[in-house]
Each structure stands twice: as structure tokens, then as C-alpha cells.
Write a protein that binds this ligand. Structure first.
Ligand code: ARG
Length: 277
């Protein structure tokens, strides 16, 4: 069998927030256990390593200052959704995280969003940014069932001018779409079938030309919480089976250890907000 060659589609621009005030202080997903110790120094080292992996791959990384009292702010993916220069502000499901939305919006406005071309729109509909709203080139995938409201679909279609594929999440361990699916390139995704209902699995099969199915043990270490530039796929290194599947499919997996962030239910993708223009 000839190996498919995958190509990186341009250097990417990411926004990250250092885990300066990171802790597990409340429970809003099944991964969080406030009684289990978190090594704050190790969390910072792991985050820095992820940052350096991105810059090493030629991507640009901006950082937003962490705010005290917002222990989950390190999960930048939830802060907003940025596609084609337009921004949809987040609106969090739980009060504990709600102030993060304004912090991310104000950073984006300060960095030029809304001043030329694109629109910056605040949302009345609950949506947890790129955690649930995943850009797939020709469409936006919108996960719902735990955090983001299904009613976000028309808002996305209107703001970004793209078709929206709504996907119902059914397993509380995979409460954000980016814990159950990763878009590898416009036509290829990896996902954990058991995290979706039948209709959503069918919708994914209809949209993607190629779908890689993650095994239980890889999904359970949040192996699908990965970031692809079309060629390199940065993913939790504990997801050894998925790493092998990606390599066999012609991608270049880059493993990172996010053990401390996993204690809050997050991985590398959660720590990363892609700024598309
Ligand atoms: N503790 C955070 C929460 O439950 C983790 C967020 C992970 N982010 C993500 N994009 N999946 O909200």
C-alpha cells in the first residue's frame, strides 16, 4: 500500500493562557476531583513545552495574561471562536468560568479584531468556544448536549457564512466536542464513535472522506484533544494507539504530556485557541 502524503497548510496562529492560577477547585466535568493534588509547577512546565512545540513547528503563539480566581482560564479553546477574522464570544454554561468570556473578547478586540473586515459578536446563546465549535474547512461542527446549546447553529451559519453540522455528545466524559473528535485536515478527522449518537455518527460519515476511529483507551486519556496543521498532529503522548494510527495514515504525531491539565479534564487542544486571521 502506498503511503498518503499529508501537507501542512500554512503556519498557524494560536492564543494560549499560562496556567498561573490553574487548580481544580470545583467540579464541572467528571475528570475534576478537587481532593487530588495538582502539581502547579509541573502544569506550567507542560504548558511551556506545548507552547515550544508549536513555535518549533513554525507556528505563532500569542499569550493572554491569566487572571486570579479563574483556574480554568488556561483552557483558551473555550474563550471564543475565531474564523475568517470574525469572532464569536463565548458564553459559559457554569458561573465559575463565565468571566473568562469578557477577558478573551477584550484581548481579541485589543489585538485588532472588529476593527477591519470581520465582526466581533457577543453571544446570548451558551457556547464554550472552540471546545464545542470546531472549524472543518468547508463547515463548522457544533457539539451540544453538555455545554454548548444546540441553538448556536444559526448564529454560526450567519456569522461565519458556513454550513453547520450539529453533533450530539452522549458521554459525560467527553463533554466538549474537542475531547471526542479532532479535525486533521479538511477531509479527514479522528473521533471516538461511542461519544456521539447515531445521527451524529452518520453526519460525520457523510461529511468526512476519511474517518479514523479512536479506541477506548486512547479516548480515555483525551487522545483526541489534538491539534493538526494538516501534517503534524500534537496530541497527548499517552494515546499510543492513536499515535500509531495517525502515523500509519501518513500524519506526523507529536506527543506531549499534559498530565496535570488532564486533572481538570483538559489536554493540549483545550489549551489552544486558533486565531484564523
Ligand atoms: N475544567 C474545564 C471545564 O470543564 C476544562 C475545559 C477543557 N476545555 C476543552 N476545550 N475541552 O470547563
Amino acid at each position: 500500500m502506498t503511503q498518503t502524503t499529508r501537507t501542512a497548510t500554512g503556519p498557524r496562529t494560536y492564543l494560549m493562557c499560562p496556567p498561573e492560577y490553574f487548580a481544580v477547585e470545583y467540579v464541572i466535568n467528571p475528570w475534576m476531583h478537587p481532593d487530588e493534588p495538582v502539581d502547579a509547577g509541573l502544569a506550567m512546565d507542560q504548558w511551556q513545552r506545548l507552547h515550544d512545540v508549536y513555535t518549533g513547528l513554525g507556528h505563532t503563539v500569542h499569550t493572554i495574561p491569566a487572571l486570579p480566581g479563574l483556574p480554568d482560564m488556561v483552557f483558551a479553546a473555550n474563550g471564543a471562536t475565531v474564523i475568517g477574522g470574525s469572532v464569536l464570544g463565548a458564553r459559559f454554561r457554569y458561573a465559575e468560568r463565565e468571566p473568562e468570556a469578557a477577558a478573551y473578547l477584550s484581548w481579541l478586540r485589543q489585538h485588532g479584531y472588529g476593527r477591519s473586515g470581520g465582526e466581533v459578536r457577543e453571544s446570548t446563546v451558551i457556547n464554550e468556544g472552540e471546545g464545542d465549535l470546531v472549524f472543518a474547512g468547508r463547515a463548522v461542527l457544533a457539539g451540544y448536549g453538555f455545554r454548548t446549546d444546540e441553538a448556536i447553529a444559526p448564529v454560526l451559519a450567519d456569522l461565519f457564512g458556513l454550513p453547520v453540522i450539529s453533533l450530539r455528545l452522549v458521554d459525560p466524559r467527553f463533554y466538549h466536542l474537542d475531547t471526542a473528535l479532532t479535525v486533521l485536515s479538511e477531509d479527514v478527522a479522528a473521533y471516538y464513535p461511542a461519544a456521539f449518537d447515531d445521527a451524529s455518527r452518520a453526519a460525520l460519515a457523510g461529511h468526512f472522506a476519511e474517518l479514523i476511529e479512536a479506541k477506548d483507551e486512547d479516548a480515555e486519556v483525551l487522545g483526541l484533544n489534538a491539534i493538526s496543521d494538516g501534517q503534524h498532529v500534537v496530541l497527548p503522548k499517552q494515546a499510543t494507539g492513536l499515535t500509531a494510527q495517525l502515523a500509519a495514515a501518513g500524519f506526523m504525531p507529536v506527543g506531549v504530556d499534559m498530565s496535570e491539565l488532564l486533572k481538570a479534564g483538559g489536554g493540549p487542544k483545550c489549551c489552544t485557541l486558533e486565531l484564523r486571521y
